[in-house]
Ligand binder design. Structure first.
Ligand code: MRU
Length: 346
């Protein structure tokens, strides 16, 4: 069955409510900006490329009913919508890229009537969605060349269908390798605290007939030391100009473990995830989330004594030295990253 994470349907943004998975596959229709903001914050829709699409559709949703007659007041309304959406989550570059694409499409057409700009914006959001479908397949095609028959791949979080429109980045590589007839096994790290690996990655891989095993995050070293992992592939939320990569918390530990065990560690991401304005990973904003996600969200009773301080960053940064290659839709990028990223990502 084909799954589509996000699309425009019935005058609304249609998404899968990912907080209900794997127990329930429920689509919801979002008709106002505040509900979308909340859905992004609560990770009903999540994953960098899906956030880019949500932001683009969100900009359209936010101005679709605008009564502004002249372009000037219309663009002011659009800027307010853009600022509001930009405050939903801080790390994924795609979210800001999606907003910026929409803003510049509007600005380029500022001499047109507000009604005409609305139509242009709708088309721009659709183009962003279509581009993600194409670029994920390009990542899959290029990345699959690195995968051998009978490989076992470890992944973290969810960089699959549910994090994109309908194919995935890291998991796109796995889907493509499988389509090519390679026999692939996957270990999916559960990804504490929000369990995207346990809840989402195993859900979609098993639906797609991929042999997947769930492991707790702290089992990765043991699996690697037993020789059970051939490659690690993770997604990315933001990649700095030097290749340092922010992705789900726990990715950095996997990269260190992979280096120790001499296992290739790959990042898979489309061009809009790169932020060439940021020199190194130190400048990537890291989201801090509600401590309750650690202490109680998935437990029947709180698991941490009341009053104990809780540290809950949603992402970490993997230094570029630990990354074997970055699989992008424009090509596979290898060291030296600074030079090669500049050449390949424009
Ligand atoms: O907090 P999330 O679930 O939005 O985090 C998602 C990730 O870290 C993904 O690995 C990343 O966005 C890449 S998705 C193709």
């Amino acid at each position: 069955m084909d799954i589509r994470t996000i699309e425009w349907k019935k005058d609304a943004i249609k998404i899968i409510d990912q907080t209900l998975l794997p127990a329930e596959l429920k689509y919801i229709y979002i008709k106002d900006l505040k509900t979308l903001w909340q859905a992004i914050k609560e990770l009903k829709v999540r994953g960098a490329p899906a956030l880019g699409a949500a932001a683009a559709l969100g900009v359209y949703l936010g101005i679709a009913k605008s009564k502004a007659k002249d372009a000037g007041s219309f663009l002011k309304e659009l800027d307010k919508v853009a600022l509001y959406l930009a405050a939903s989550r801080p790390t994924a570059k795609n979210l800001f890229w999606g907003i910026e694409r929409m803003r510049s499409a509007a600005l380029k057409n500022k001499y047109r009537h507000a009604q005409a700009i609305k139509i242009i914006l709708f088309k721009e959001a659709q183009a962003i969605i279509e581009e993600d479908r194409v670029s994920c397949r390009a990542i899959g095609r290029l990345g699959a060349k690195l995968i051998k028959d009978n490989d076992t791949i470890m992944t973290v979080c969810n960089a699959g269908i549910l994090a994109t429109i309908d194919y995935g980045t890291a998991l796109g590589v796995i889907y493509r390798a499988k389509e090519e007839g390679k026999r692939i096994k996957v270990f999916s790290c559960e990804t504490r605290p929000l369990l995207q690996g346990a809840r989402l990655t195993t859900w979609e891989l098993s639906r797609k007939g991929v042999d997947v095993t769930a492991n707790c995050d702290n089992m990765a070293a043991t699996l690697m030391s037993q020789g059970k992992i051939d490659k690690v592939i993770a997604g990315a939320d933001r990649i700095a100009a030097n290749g340092d990569t922010a992705n789900k918390i726990g990715t950095y530990s996997l990269a260190i473990l992979a280096r120790y065990h001499k296992i290739p560690f790959y990042i898979a991401a489309p061009a809009p995830t790169f932020d060439l304005s940021i020199k190194t990973g130190k400048d990537i904003p890291i989201e801090q989330r509600d401590p309750k996600e650690v202490s109680e969200l998935f437990y029947k009773k709180p698991m941490i004594t009341k009053g104990v301080k809780i540290y809950n960053p949603a992402f970490d940064v993997t230094p570029h030295e630990l990354i074997t290659a970055i699989i992008t839709d424009k090509g596979i990028i290898r060291k030296p990253y600074k030079e090669n990223i500049k050449r390949i990502i424009v």
